[in-house]
Design a protein around this ligand. Structure first.
Ligand SMILES: [Zn+2]
Length: 322
């Protein structure tokens, strides 16, 4: 009998889910559009419908043990989504209750970045580590802090908002309503803002000048850097140094063994890793120097978010990393 958990990643556009065993092997993956469902109950019913079709194709005996859900503003303590931006359901959404009612399985909920951190601990770059930080670099900047083998949730479930530490007082406007937060500089959106600032401030030639803000992607900035574009290279350096400096501050607080960078911007390789590492080392207190590794995630790929959500269920079911 194969024991599996269901990992569900609720995203602004699509919701992806998959059946994952405790070694991180994914047996199927399905997806439904998130925005089409006015009520959360209808959304869960559709997911269950697609899930049942996929499950029917499994050709071995299996048992589902639980469900892990990663979603923006997912709250581990309450099993709810609280005021999630970019999702069609308003107010407090009873995620754990609704999934439990339709699947009859235990359900755990957290935000997507915290799920990614548990995924790294069970299946990825943080295997065997007890103290580390995962930074997800997507549209925004998410994070999951693991201390003594446990994710930090804080008293209300929302701990670990590294993306909203302030780097520049009165700096760039942030979606959270404040100014100068880290994610306004260090994220796919942040580096785009930096590219446009550099374009405005300099007269250096750049292929990026011809693109509108909405056309530009982090991937295009990497390609431009590969082609030697000075604005693109400078933008990565600037972004990496801001992140490196703030990571040095975080090291002071909980002395991690490693910091793992996950998500689109992390795929830029040395363009981002080198300035992050250099600036972090430069800013670390002497007792911490040359001790903290900066690593890429090894579970990049289409099902990374699903693996993270499934890992949450495995962890809460009491499975430890082998
Ligand atoms: Zn903010």
């Amino acid at each position: 009998m194969k024991e599996i958990t269901l990992g569900i990643d609720i995203g602004g556009t699509n919701t992806v889910f998959g059946a994952v065993d405790h070694n991180g092997k994914c047996y199927f993956e399905g997806r439904i559009p998130t925005q089409e469902f006015k009520s959360f109950t209808e959304f869960v019913a559709k997911l269950k419908f697609v899930f049942d079709q996929e499950v029917a194709k499994l050709d071995f005996p299996y048992k589902f043990l639980g469900i892990g859900v990663g979603a923006p503003n997912g709250n581990f303590y309450t099993g709810t989504l609280d005021m999630a931006p970019n999702l069609p359901w308003r107010g407090k959404v009873e995620v754990a209750k609704e999934f439990n009612a339709q699947f009859d399985l235990p359900v755990w909920v957290t935000n997507d970045a915290k799920a990614a951190a548990i995924g790294e601990m069970m299946f990825g770059s943080a295997k065997g580590m007890s103290n580390f930080l995962v930074v997800t670099l997507g549209t925004g900047l998410g994070s999951g802090f693991v201390v003594n083998g446990n994710l930090i949730y804080g008293h209300d479930g929302f701990a670990g908002e590294f993306g909203h530490v302030i780097v520049t007082p009165d700096g760039r406007d942030c979606g959270c309503g404040r100014k100068g937060c880290l994610e306004t500089y260090v994220s796919a959106t942040g580096i785009k803002r930096t590219v446009y600032k550099f374009i405005a401030d300099s007269i250096q030639p750049s292929s990026l000048r011809a693109l509108s803000f909405d056309q530009l992607s982090a991937d295009m900035i990497t390609k431009a850097a590969d082609a030697g574009d000075p604005i693109a290279i400078h933008a990565f350096d600037y972004t990496g140094r801001i992140l490196g400096s703030k990571l040095a501050d975080m090291v002071n607080i909980f002395s991690p063994e490693a910091i793992i960078l996950f998500g689109g911007l992390a795929k830029a390789g040395d363009y981002i890793f080198k300035p992050v590492q250099e600036q972090m080392e430069a800013d670390l207190m002497p007792i911490f120097k040359n001790k903290v590794k900066i690593l890429p995630s090894v579970i990049h790929g289409s099902n990374a978010a699903v693996l993270g959500a499934a890992a949450l269920a495995w962890k809460e079911l009491g499975f430890t990393v082998k």
